[in-house]
Design a protein around this ligand. Structure first.
Ligand code: NAP
Ligand code: HSE
Length: 441
């Protein structure tokens, strides 16, 4: 199978995650894209640092130029952070014809116009899914899936660190410093968290989303930015009492549509600031490191995307999706004809073996011993009971309603337990059996 060589510039939180998951999901990736992604070299500041994941010491370098000079590297992945070095690296990579993948939103917000002009001139793509909203595929969504739409508005919770801090301040009553320390320990915050808390990390992402949505590079001097650094616990509490949650929200809106659906003459607005959101709105329940982006299009209407917005694994997922796209752009990778077959799982498990939790409601004669009989049948079939409710009111036929929440059991177990239960003369069919999903995976 053809190999595609990758040069990783940066082996920190995200770079190490990319290395780890390219190795762990090697077989799946080969099946899906038809080429093998091989990390040939990585660039770091300190090669002697102990690392959980990464190539051998001989494959480490401190000079990003080594990635450009290595003819076996087809794709350069920039995950160093900062501005000047990454910009020089990306310019050199594109000029050398190497496809670029980056997660560097600060760089794109400041120099996107220049980078993409060079990419177009050299006909070398630059992919940047990881730059905005971590694991949520919002870049591909706006660029591809919503291509039919004039974007009417985008509302996004797009900084995981500040959302984590606000959530912990609201729910656990932590003070700002404690919540920030937790976010840093989890790898959500930038090396220098100033941009996370002063709103500029979200603003850089807002610039990228706005530019993608409206087709011109929005200047960082054209947007209004206020962070969570001046927000007090008192205001979070008053907002709560008034029925609101405070979120750092990026708001991007086109002026009222013209007669043909195009943006009005007033252009667009881009702003990032702490915002009171009604508690009943879905965005108000986006907690912790989670991000959510609501995109309104003139054709599709309202859409909503939700997922982890920062951290090693979700961000690695976004980078690797770009690696697959980059590999396809190089030719030789397997193009898709709408569906790519692969045989890693191979079959559907029979319904009888599928396990879930259950809600079971039975109409029963209101007499002593019935609950005991039902419980003993469930026990015989190895189905655990997690709770039982029997309201004092009865149905129109005078029967009691027995409501049982049951532990995980297979469909087969549940069906045979139910057959035995329905043989009891005190139980009137039909039973109501519903499955319970806890979203643990
Ligand atoms: P990080 O943990 O600080 O890692 C940076 C890596 O780059 C380290 O391996 C460092 O080497 C290396 N490096 C930095 N400057 C270098 C230089 N001048 N020359 C050579 N190597 C250099 O950063 P990160 O959190 O992984 O973030 C990387 C990028 O992804 C940033 O642009 C960030 O904004 C973006 N991003 C991060 C997240 C996240 O959740 N963390 C999410 C989305 C996007 P050493 O290991 O030797 O120090
Ligand atoms: N520091 C960023 C955040 C990382 O907290 O959202 C993801 O871009």
């Amino acid at each position: 199978m053809r190999q595609i060589g990758i040069g990783l510039a940066g082996l920190g939180t995200v770079g190490a995650g990319v290395y780890k998951h390219v190795a762990q999901n090697r077989a799946l990736l080969m099946e899906r894209i038809g080429v093998e992604l091989v990390v040939r070299r990585a660039v770091v500041r300190d090669p002697s640092k102990a690392r959980v994941a990464g190539p051998s010491r001989e494959q480490l370098s401190t000079r990003w130029q080594d990635l450009i000079d290595d003819p076996a590297i087809d794709i350069v992945v920039e995950l160093m952070g900062g501005i000047d070095e990454p910009l020089a690296l990306i310019r050199a990579a594109v000029t050398a014809g190497k496809v670029v993948v980056t997660g560097n939103k600060a760089l794109l917000a400041e120099h996107g116009q220049e980078i993409f002009a060079l990419a177009a001139e050299k006909r070398v793509p630059v992919f940047f899914e990881a730059s905005t909203a971590g694991g949520i595929p919002i870049i591909k969504t706006i660029r591809e899936a919503l291509i039919a739409n004039h974007i009417v508005s985008i509302h996004g919770i797009i900084n995981g660190t500040s959302n984590y801090i606000l959530t912990r301040m609201t729910d656990a009553r932590l003070d700002f410093a404690e919540a920030l320390a937790e976010a840093q320990a989890q790898g959500y915050a930038e090396a220098d968290p100033t941009l996370d808390i002063n709103g500029w990390d979200a603003a850089h992402k807002a610039v990228i989303l706005a530019s993608l949505a409206y087709g011109f590079w929005v200047g960082t001097d054209q947007i209004f930015v206020e962070g969570i650094d001046r927000l007090t616990a008192t205001d979070i509490r008053f907002a709560d009492e008034l029925g609101y949650r405070v979120k750092l929200l990026a708001i991007i809106k086109a002026d009222a549509a013209g007669p043909d659906g195009t943006a009005g003459s007033g252009g667009i607005e881009v702003r990032v600031h702490p915002t009171l959101i009604p508690k009943h709105h879905v965005l108000a329940s986006v907690s912790g490191v989670f991000n959510a982006v609501r995109v309104c299009g003139d054709v599709v209407g309202e859409t909503l995307f939700y997922g982890r917005g920062a951290g090693q694994d979700p961000t690695a997922s976004a980078v690797i999706s770009d690696l697959a796209e980059a590999a396809i752009s190089l030719g030789g990778a397997r193009g898709s004809y709408g569906f790519t077959p692969h045989g890693l799982y191979g079959n559907c498990r029979p319904l009888e073996d599928i396990r879930s939790r259950y809600y079971l409601r039975l109409a029963v004669d209101d007499k002593p011993g019935v609950l005991g009989q039902v419980a003993s049948i469930l026990g015989r079939h190895d189905v655990g009971i997690s709770s039982v409710v029997q309201p004092e009111t009865h149905d129109e036929a005078g029967r009691a309603q027995l409501v049982l929440m049951l532990d995980r059991a297979s469909h087969r177990q549940m069906q045979s337990a139910l057959e035995d239960i329905l043989r009891l003369s005190a139980v009137m069919p039909p039973p109501a059996l519903l499955r319970v999903e806890s979203f643990t995976t």
